[in-house]
Design a protein around this ligand. Structure first.
Ligand SMILES: [Mg+2]
Length: 303
C-alpha cells in the first residue's frame, strides 16, 4: 500500500518526479502552444501521483494560458497540485483544478525597471518587425520572435539586438555578459546575462537559472511531504542540464532527457537520454520527443 500525504492524493515517495522545461519539450517552438496529447499525458501522470513540475524561463501568465488552463479543461482531478517555477526561478506558483494559487516573486532577482523600459523602447523603435517585448515577465526582460517571421531571419536580427541590449546595459552602469560568448562560469563578475535561445533573448540576473528552479522544485515537493525516488529532467537547451546537475550534486537520482541534442550531448555523471533511446529517429526532436517520453512514462507508470 502506498502512503499518502494527508489532504492530497500524492504518494509520499513516488517512483518518479518530472521536472520539465516548457519551450521545446512541452510547447512547440513553432506554434508556442501545447498539443492536446501532451496535455492529456500530463493530466494522466499527475493524476497517478507522479509529481509534474515545470521549470521554465516563461512567465506565470504563459503557464496559466498554455498549460494550466488546458490541463483543467482536460479534466485534471481535484487534489492534484502542479508546481510551476517560472522566469528561471524568480517567480513560482502552484495550481489545482480550482486554478492558480498565489504568485511568488523574488524581487531581488529582477532586472532594473529603467533598463527594461529602455529595452521596450528600443524594440518598438528598431526591432518591431522581427520581435516583441514580453510584457508578462515580472523579473526578467525577454524579447521574442514574432510567430510570422522566419526563424533564420529572426536569428540574424537577434544578433544585432543582443549587441544593442548589451551596450545598453553599460549605459545603465550595469555589468552583463552574453551567455554564448564566454567560457562557462566566467559571468561570475557580471550581475546580469543575456541568454539567446532559438526564439528569444532573455536578459536576467546571473543568479537565475534552471539550477535555482530545480532547488525550488525540490522545496515545493518537500513542503507537501513528497520525496520522489528519482527525477527525470527534460529540456532542449544546454542550460537545461543545470536542472540535472543540481539534482545529482545534491544527492538525488536523476536522468536528463535532451530533446534537441544537435548541440552535442555533454559528458555527465548521470544518464542522458534522447529520442533514439526510445527507438525513434534522430530527427524526432522538440515536442515530438518530449511527447514521446511523456507517453512512455504514462505507459510504464499509469495502470
Ligand atoms: Mg527550452
Amino acid at each position: 500500500m502506498t502512503a499518502s500525504t494527508p489532504g492530497t492524493t500524492h504518494p509520499a515517495a513516488p517512483a518518479l518526479a518530472l521536472l520539465l522545461d516548457i519551450d521545446g519539450p512541452v510547447a512547440s517552438p513553432v506554434t508556442r502552444d501545447v498539443r492536446p496529447a501532451i496535455i492529456a499525458d500530463l493530466v494522466s501522470l499527475a493524476s497517478a501521483g507522479i509529481p509534474v513540475l515545470f521549470n521554465t524561463g516563461r512567465s506565470d501568465t504563459f503557464i496559466r494560458e498554455q498549460v494550466m488552463a488546458p490541463m483543467i479543461a482536460a479534466g485534471m482531478p481535484a487534489g492534484i497540485v502542479v508546481h510551476a517555477v517560472c522566469e528561471k526561478g524568480a517567480v513560482w506558483f502552484s495550481y489545482t483544478s480550482g486554478g492558480p494559487g498565489p504568485i511568488h516573486v523574488d524581487h531581488e532577482l529582477a532586472v532594473p525597471k529603467a533598463y527594461g523600459d529602455d529595452v521596450r523602447r528600443m524594440v518598438a523603435e528598431d526591432y518591431a518587425t522581427h520581435m516583441f517585448f514580453d510584457e508578462t515577465k515580472r523579473a526578467m526582460v525577454s524579447v521574442e520572435q514574432h510567430l510570422d517571421v522566419p526563424n533564420e531571419d529572426y536569428l540574424a536580427e537577434q544578433r544585432l539586438f543582443d549587441a544593442d541590449a548589451l551596450e545598453l546595459m553599460g549605459r545603465h552602469g550595469l555589468s552583463a555578459t552574453l551567455l554564448d560568448h564566454h567560457a562557462p562560469g566566467s559571468d561570475d563578475a557580471a550581475d546580469y546575462r543575456l541568454d539567446p535561445t532559438i526564439i528569444s533573448t532573455d536578459i536576467e540576473s546571473i543568479r537565475l537559472g534552471k539550477d535555482l528552479g530545480a532547488s525550488r522544485a525540490v522545496e515545493l515537493l518537500a513542503a507537501q511531504g513528497i520525496t520522489p525516488k528519482a527525477w527525470r529532467t527534460v529540456g532542449d537547451s544546454r542550460t537545461d542540464y543545470a536542472m540535472a546537475d543540481w539534482l545529482h550534486h545534491n544527492g538525488h537520482s536523476v536522468k536528463h532527457i535532451d530533446v534537441r541534442p544537435a548541440d552535442g550531448v555533454p559528458n555527465k555523471p548521470y544518464d542522458v537520454l534522447t529520442a533514439t533511446d526510445l527507438g525513434l529517429g534522430e530527427d524526432v526532436i522538440h515536442d515530438d520527443a518530449g511527447g514521446a517520453f511523456l507517453r512512455s512514462w504514462r505507459e510504464a507508470l499509469v495502470g
